[in-house]
Write a protein that binds this ligand. Structure first.
Ligand code: ZN
Length: 67
């Protein structure tokens, strides 16, 4: 089965990272990376950082309210 990139509609490239396999687009840099470590030259840590920041902010707020 061939998957198409949701951004540019070109063929995605499958990447195997140990036991985890995922797909990424070599054309526009789109990466379907829901979890785990990613070692691409893209910037998957950007959204992970943003997510962590959001998560910590939410938890921190709830925690502050509790105490
Ligand atoms: Zn693409």
């Amino acid at each position: 089965m061939s998957m198409e990139c949701p951004r540019c509609q070109r063929s995605l490239e499958e990447l195997s990272l140990g036991d985890v396999s995922t797909v990424a687009c070599p054309h526009c840099g789109f990466a379907d990376v829901p979890v785990d470590h990613v070692s691409e030259d893209d910037e998957p840590e950007t959204w992970r950082d943003a997510f962590n920041r959001f998560y910590e902010d939410t938890v921190g707020r709830e925690d502050a309210t509790e105490r």
